[in-house]
Design a protein around this ligand. Structure first.
Ligand SMILES: C[S@@+](CC[C@H](N)C(=O)[O-])C[C@H]1O[C@@H](n2cnc3c(N)ncnc32)[C@H](O)[C@@H]1O
Length: 197
């Protein structure tokens, strides 16, 4: 039987060919192309959920002043990046992040360990996003930018309203590399103005 066309396979092979650790690299490249003001040369950047490191690989090519990554899993080094292993809900990681001062840009491609139960996975995805928005009130500079991956579902709308209120400009964007992952999408916030809810 002929194998069904799967765009994820194409991105997987492309990532291998270009030396990226995961196809997520193409999601970020597509977002940076669509939102050219999101990231500037010399920005200080935090990447949450950085393992295996393809976002960090893309970010390090953009000449950041400072590049920090965090993940539950151990991430092999990426040039210019300072990487911490830990849970973003832990006090230890919060304190580590506070010690860097404010970031210009935060990206989060974090996803919960999926269970196959859509409502539960979506709930945990929103929980991760809420934590990032909460941390942002301490570590994202006013006017800074935030990218969040989120699973769409019942808890999406209230979170989206909160996200939108926190930025001058906010958009929902689904890159081609996310196409057949129907529940995931990205929120792009530019011009942080504080958590206003
Ligand atoms: C889709 S992967 C990220 C891929 C990465 N952006 C890349 O380009 O290589 C999602 C990551 O989120 C991480 N993650 C999930 N919950 C987390 C938490 N509470 N704290 C830190 N990292 C978390 C997972 O360990 C996983 O590595």
């Amino acid at each position: 039987m002929t194998k069904r066309f799967n765009p994820q396979d194409v991105f997987f092979r492309k990532a291998q060919k270009q030396g990226f650790r995961a196809r997520s690299a193409f999601k970020l490249q597509s977002i940076l192309k669509k939102f050219p003001k999101f990231l500037q040369k010399n920005d200080s950047v935090l990447d949450l959920g950085c393992y295996p490191g393809s976002f960090l690989q893309v970010l390090s090519q953009e000449s950041p002043r400072k590049l920090v990554g965090v993940d539950l899993q151990k991430t092999d080094s990426v040039s210019h990046a300072l990487i911490h292993q830990g849970d973003i809900f832990s006090e230890e990681i919060a304190q580590t992040l506070f010690s860097y001062g404010k970031f210009d840009v935060i990206t989060s491609d974090m996803a919960p360990k999926t269970t196959g139960i859509p409502d539960s996975d979506q709930f945990h995805s929103v929980e991760l996003c809420e934590r990032v928005l909460d941390l942002s009130s301490h570590i994202l500079r006013p006017g800074g930018n935030l990218l969040l991956k989120i699973f769409v579902g019942a808890d999406f709308d209230p979170f989206w309203r909160q996200f939108k209120n926190s930025f001058k400009k906010a958009k929902i964007y689904k890159p081609d590399a996310s196409r057949d992952r129907s529940r995931e999408t990205f929120l792009v916030g530019e011009g942080y103005q504080g958590n206003r809810e």
